[in-house]
Design a protein around this ligand. Structure first.
Ligand SMILES: Nc1ncnc2c1ncn2[C@@H]1O[C@H](COP(=O)(O)OP(=O)(O)OP(=O)(O)O)[C@@H](O)[C@H]1O
Length: 400
């Protein structure tokens, strides 16, 4: 480090990010705590050079969809009187409030599943996203039920630390599915997709979020193949590991089924066929935008969302009258489906400042200094402008 008194020892650092996507997760955090945790509010922000990425590379085949996402991302999409945004009818699966709606969504995203169960690219090019872990688990259970083949069930072994009176029996512990931990009962079949929940061996591609397909089972290991990214095609054996470093008793394979995953887990991924399941409206900044922007075109996304009832009809709504509520919902469908979109404007840029800092559109690639870009595409146009720097942090730069 040349200059230890400067941030990062005076080295040039490149940061990437998109303030319209899901922000850092602050447990039970308030809106202001969440916003303050983002880089945008860091004291070094004003010292950075900001690059604005302007072209959506992921959705380049569907300019209408790219434009729609941009409006959605900035919270400028047409809204109803309740402030909800309209989802185009062509991407919506009809919502009736019945349990079979979800089967309709599954059929759209996983058509002819029986014929394609051994087709790895079919299995890994589609996923259903939802906001809550319990809905994701429910969809995964439904999907593994539809999947053909022998089933292997792995149980975790739980015990509570420092519990001499056995107040927390294993039966109770096994009902808990905390975030980031594998389920107590892991049901797998050959050919089903799984996602890794731990960084086991990053050098060999085994990181939190790596997607794999199950190839075989042993008592103490799972035989799986990495299916996406630079390590695609690598066959590995996943071990059963202690889930807490201080507790050897609680062991499970660090994986979950990935027919469905949470919107937060899907951030950063491109999913050629996306289903979005919203039995309740989104609850945090950027969730709807991240879910929609995993798709490459409007023809590749289907959304099952509880329709928001327009502000005017909300007042008339009789909460105790379920039938009436359903009728109102169905009426809303014929008028297009509206759903809640949460955009914390203070986490991004006021429109007047857009040119002065980086607005990162989904799927954009940064400019390479020599004008070359990856994947053979033309260099992107960006707007770059050095904003007023504090002289004491001269080396800090920001990308995205
Ligand atoms: N220059 C390019 N030419 C063609 N395709 C590109 C280019 N850059 C990116 N893509 C494609 O766009 C998609 C998204 O790229 P990437 O994941 O790098 O974007 P990202 O900015 O991380 O997206 P997000 O933040 O929304 O997840 C990928 O499918 C990638 O292949």
């Amino acid at each position: 480090m040349d200059q230890p008194r400067l941030p990062f020892g005076g080295k040039t650092m490149v940061f990437g990010g998109d303030f319209r996507q899901v922000l850092p997760v602050i447990r039970k955090g308030t809106r202001s705590q969440i916003v303050v945790a983002s880089l945008r509010k860091s004291y070094i922000w004003e010292s950075m050079t900001h690059l604005k990425l302007v072209r959506n590379m992921r959705a380049q085949s569907d300019p209408w969809f790219a434009g729609y996402l941009l409006q959605n991302k900035d919270g400028t999409e047409k809204t109803n009187s309740g402030g909800e945004i309209r989802l185009p009818n062509e991407v919506c699966v009809p919502y009736t409030g019945s349990d079979i709606d979800l089967d309709g969504l599954i059929d759209c995203i996983f058509p002819r599943l029986d014929e394609n169960m051994s087709n790895t690219s079919y299995i890994t090019s589609r996923a259903i996203l939802s906001t809550r872990n319990d809905w994701v688990d429910m969809i995964n259970m439904r999907m593994i039920g539809r999947f053909q083949g022998d089933q292997m069930v792995y149980h975790s072994f739980d015990s509570a630390v420092d519990d001499p009176h056995n107040y927390y029996p294993p039966e109770f512990l096994n009902t808990l599915t905390p975030n980031g931990l594998p389920p107590h009962i892991l049901k797998l079949k050959i050919g089903c997709p799984i996602i890794l929940l731990r960084n086991i061996d990053p050098v060999n591609g085994l990181c939190n979020g790596t997607r794999l397909v199950v190839c075989g089972f042993q008592r103490n290991s799972i035989d799986a193949e990495i299916v996406l990214g630079q390590h695609a095609g690598k066959r590995i054996f996943l071990p059963c590991i202690p889930l807490c470093p201080s507790d050897d008793e609680m062991k499970q394979f660090p994986v979950r089924l990935s027919f469905a995953m949470t919107v937060n887990k899907a951030q950063g991924q491109t999913i050629p066929n996306v289903g979005v399941y919203l039995p309740e409206p989104v609850f945090s900044h950027g969730q709807l935008y991240v879910a929609l922007s995993r798709a490459t075109a409007r023809s590749n996304i289907k959304i099952l969302a509880i329709p928001a009832i327009d502000g005017a009809s909300k007042k008339k709504k009789n909460k105790n009258n379920k039938k009436k509520k359903q009728e109102e919902n169905i009426l809303t469908i014929s008028d297009g489906i509206y759903t809640k979109n949460i955009v914390y404007k203070e986490a991004g840029t006021p429109p007047t400042l857009l040119a002065t800092y980086c607005l990162h559109t989904p799927g954009c690639q940064e400019i390479r200094p020599n004008g070359s870009d990856n994947k053979g595409a033309q260099p992107l146009k960006t707007k770059q402008r050095n904003i007023k720097r504090r002289p004491k942090f001269p080396h800090i730069a920001v990308g995205k």
